[in-house]
Design a protein around this ligand. Structure first.
Ligand SMILES: [Zn+2]
Length: 317
């Protein structure tokens, strides 16, 4: 399998958010990619500017960051042509690698905007190199800038940052330098096209937690009433667990829920459900289950106490 390291640069509405087209807040103006083989050797490059058709003037920030002369952009080809060449260049057996999780989502929004049939695999697994960096060198949760990572790994900096191809080039260096074997099980899944039915729901097993992505529901109440979504099975032994603390909303707008279970053989299991908005205002759930120690279990109990206390306060105000 090849790795396609991808970085996009995009433009935003030059006159501000109030005038933007909600179908395409970020219009891609550059695709930069590097292909690495199984041994992570550089075997090909793709780099091309794209002439914008929606926001034809550059936002001042895009201008500042990218240093792309408008004349050069206006001589470039349009998205559908460039994308067709790009996807042909990707070949058959590949996995995308990006710094952060935004690029593939925005790429697909651009695909939809141009009414191109989406050729990307479903579910779309990818390596978020920013996350892999954090898993290997930090706490797994931090998200550092590309430049930080380059400096941390003491790599040379012969190129500028924030141009698609240069950023990809640095991401490739980081990929080549890291011990991928240690984190290869931590693939990410892109949520731009969530599962459409029960059959398409995604189950992922990582070394230290499990993840589930649900089909769409019409409301948050409907999601949280679904037995498959709220099921808590120990990912080590497969046992269905009773809850010590039932699912409770972790914040006031109820986008995150937590629960706590105990497996007789493996100890505390923490559950977390994040609700996400899909197309047509549907709601789907991303549930993670993770075995935790007593301190982490205590954090969940305290969180529930705090949520209850703040509710009481509101009621008596
Ligand atoms: Zn168990």
């Amino acid at each position: 399998m090849n790795y396609i390291l991808l970085d996009l640069e995009w433009n935003q509405c030059p006159t501000g958010k109030q005038d933007e087209n909600p179908a395409l807040p970020f219009e891609i103006v550059e695709i930069g990619a590097i292909k690495l083989n199984d041994a992570r050797e550089d075997i090909g490059h793709f780099s091309e500017l794209i002439r914008p058709t929606l926001y034809t003037r550059l936002h001042f920030r895009t201008q500042e960051m990218l240093h792309i002369p408008a004349a050069e952009l206006n001589r470039s080809r349009l998205f559908p042509e460039v994308f067709a060449d790009f996807i042909a260049w990707c070949g058959e057996d590949y996995r995308f690698c990006t710094w952060g999780s935004m690029d593939l989502t925005e790429l697909q929004r651009n695909i939809d905007y141009h009414h191109i049939e989406n050729p990307l695999p479903l579910p779309l697994f990818f390596f978020d190199v920013q996350k892999l960096f954090s898993l290997l060198y930090e706490d797994g949760k931090s998200r550092k800038s590309l430049e930080y990572a380059v400096e941390y790994l003491k790599l040379e900096k012969p190129r500028v940052f924030h141009r698609a191809f240069d950023d990809t080039w640095y991401t490739a260096l980081i990929m080549q330098k890291m011990n991928l074997e240690l984190v290869k099980d931590y693939a990410s899944v892109d949520y731009y096209r969530p599962p459409r039915s029960r059959e398409e729901e995604i189950y992922m097993q990582f070394p230290r937690y499990s993840k589930f992505v649900s089909m769409p529901f019409t409301s948050k109440e409907e999601v949280m009433a679904d037995k498959v979504v709220t099921a808590t099975r120990c990912y080590q032994c497969g046992k269905m667990l009773r809850k010590k603390i039932r699912w409770f909303a972790g914040n006031s707008n109820s986008k995150v829920y937590y629960c706590l279970c105990i497996c007789p053989s493996h100890g505390y299991l923490k559950g977390k459900i994040r609700l996400k908005k899909g197309a047509d205002n549907c709601v789907f759930a991303v549930r993670t289950l993770k075995l935790v120690n007593e301190e982490e279990a205590a954090v969940i109990m305290e969180k529930q106490d705090a949520v209850r206390a703040s509710r009481r306060k509101k009621k008596h105000r």
